[in-house]
Design a protein around this ligand. Structure first.
Ligand SMILES: NC(=O)C1=CN([C@@H]2O[C@H](COP(=O)(O)OP(=O)(O)OC[C@H]3O[C@@H](n4cnc5c(N)ncnc54)[C@H](OP(=O)(O)O)[C@@H]3O)[C@@H](O)[C@H]2O)C=CC1
Ligand SMILES: O=C(O)[C@H](O)CS(=O)(=O)O
Length: 491
């Protein structure tokens, strides 16, 4: 564990992995704006001071990426695959240290953090292999002397803006396909969690990814850097993961140069338990889905709808499981639930709980800040929740499980779809015709059936409606970093 005398470097097997300078054009550089502090959300103390880059420095990184990309794209897919595999291997060899760095800056339990390193690395492994499979096509000509070819070519320089909740995987889920396709990459991590991004730069350097192909530009001035990404003609692709609110801002800015954008935005996932569900499985799924990363994921169950016939039994089982959670420092043994990222996150959970009780609902367990203080909060279940409450429309992004009771299948589908979001959804049922009907009726990019965890590099992750644009993961994830060229050949 960390404390006033034990700093982060001292608990790493390889202390050199804690890097605080920016990684630009293969060089480790200081920030023109000095440094900004990275704090440990479990303790509130400063973990590191990180280089604070200016907009001009980020423009320089984009220029270096542009130059490097031309050479990187000349490599064969197989050559890029070999280098990306080395990057993957280094992430896995250093997973324990990368997990400690991640927990120290983000707060999630170490086991979850190490799990994220493996999840993040899986995108590098998968897309390294896909580098060899960027296929074009030939199409029979429209005239006897015409031949049609379709080429797939890298889009150019891709820039990413990513959130604090998965500070490793949200970058690799983008950099993997980008580099595999032959693009260069400029990553701006969240100011709360830059260390996990910077260590990816250190391992990229060790893996032999050429200078300028992968760059990490930490900055405390997110909106300034976002404008540079959107306005700099050297950037051909913007990929963002974060709130829908910020996604709208970036899309407006990127529209000026009609930039290709991928958007992984906010969610409001319904989790439906029908009366023919396996209740124990549904409780296990709800716990994983709701309390993973302390509820701070865009695919967390935000609304739990339980059919009347099993409502009381489900609530009792869920209460027992929630009360078994161990809240604590993510680096401490046995911790299952860490702190929230900041005080604003705590305030939002409290606002949603108060709104439920003010409108007639009740707290079944939890409901208050945890005795540990700071941003620790009691895992909470509220009951008697209805569609008119804040938690039905806004994403809580915290350890709050709101139970809605329903009777009719068509009613719950309508309630589940009554949101501007459309990222992930889940339901538990056994009847085959019900499974087909509900899976087809839910207006979401992702549907988990009898499972609460859908995250894998093999699936096309993404949302519909105001949860985003594009897909990340699976072979579909390559398309966002490729341009299609139609060649009409007269022979
Ligand atoms: N669909 C998905 O896969 C995911 C969606 N999300 C959603 O994001 C929210 C929580 O994450 P959170 O980080 O708070 O989201 P934010 O949208 O506030 O921030 C996301 C990233 O955008 C940056 N940012 C904020 N404002 C601007 C701006 N004007 N221009 C450029 N960059 C900006 C932030 O920088 P900084 O933090 O330094 O201010 C951060 O790096 C939730 O709504 C959640 O659902 C989160 C993760 C995954
Ligand atoms: O940031 C997130 O919430 C992730 O997209 C969720 S997942 O891909 O790790 O499940």
């Amino acid at each position: 564990m960390l404390d006033a005398t034990t700093d982060l470097k001292s608990i790493l097997k390889n202390p050199d992995l804690l890097v605080t300078k920016a990684y630009v054009g293969g060089q480790w550089v200081d920030g023109d704006n000095g440094t900004f502090a990275v704090t440990n959300p479990a303790r509130g103390d400063v973990v590191a001071e990180v280089a604070d880059l200016s907009r001009a420095q980020v423009a320089g990184a984009i220029a270096q990426a542009e130059a490097a990309q031309k050479e990187w794209a000349k490599l064969t897919g197989k050559e890029r695959a070999v280098i990306l595999r080395r990057w993957f291997d280094l992430m896995m060899e250093n997973a324990a240290d990368l997990g400690k760095i991640l927990t120290a800056e983000q707060g999630k339990p170490l086991a979850e953090a190490v799990g994220e390193i493996g999840y993040g690395a899986s995108f590098i492994e998968f897309f390294g292999e896909e580098a060899k499979r960027v296929y074009g096509e030939t199409i029979p000509g429209h005239q006897r002397d015409k031949r049609i070819m379709v080429l797939k070519q890298p889009i150019g320089v891709a820039a990413s803006i990513t959130p604090w909740n998965f500070p490793n995987a949200m970058i690799t889920r983008k950099a993997g396909p980008a580099l595999a396709a032959g693009c260069a990459f400029v990553a701006r991590p969240a100011a709360e969690t830059p260390l996990s991004a910077l260590v990816l730069g250190a391992l990229a350097e060790q893996a032999g990814i050429p200078a300028g192909v992968f760059n990490v530009v930490p900055s405390s001035r997110s909106s300034e850097i976002g404008k540079e990404f959107c306005e700099n003609p050297g950037v051909r692709k913007l990929t963002f993961t974060g709130s829908t609110e910020v996604g709208r801002i970036l899309l407006r800015q990127a529209s000026e140069q009609v930039m290709k954008c991928s958007m992984e935005l906010g969610g409001n996932a319904p989790f439906i338990v029908f009366d023919d569900a396996d209740l124990d499985a549904a409780v296990e799924g709800a716990m994983l889905c709701k309390f993973r990363n302390n509820g701070q994921t865009c695919v967390c169950a935000n609304r739990i709808y339980v059919q009347a016939g099993v409502y009381d039994a489900f609530a009792a089982k869920l209460k027992a499981a929630v009360e078994a959670l161990q809240v604590g420092d993510g680096l401490a043994d046995g911790t299952t639930t860490g702190p929230l990222i900041n005080s604003d996150a705590v305030a939002k959970v409290e606002e949603h709980i108060k709104d439920v009780t003010d409108k007639g609902g009740a707290v079944l367990t939890g409901g208050l800040p945890h005795d540990l203080g700071g941003t620790f909060f009691q895992p909470t279940i509220v009951t008697g929740v209805t569609q008119d409450m804040l938690v039905a429309q806004d994403e809580t992004f915290g350890p709050l499980a709101p139970l809605f009771k329903f009777d009719d299948e068509d009613d719950v589908i309508a309630m589940a779809n009554d949101t501007i979001f459309g990222l992930a959804s889940y339901f538990y049922a056994k009847d085959l015709s019900r499974v087909y009907k509900v899976a087809e009726a839910l207006e979401y990019g992702i549907v988990g059936v009898n499972t609460g965890i859908i995250s894998t590099e093999l699936g096309p992750f993404g949302g519909v409606k105001q949860s985003g644009l594009g897909r990340e993961g699976s072979h579909h994830g390559m398309e966002d970093y490729l341009e299609m060229k139609y060649v009409c050949l007269s022979v």
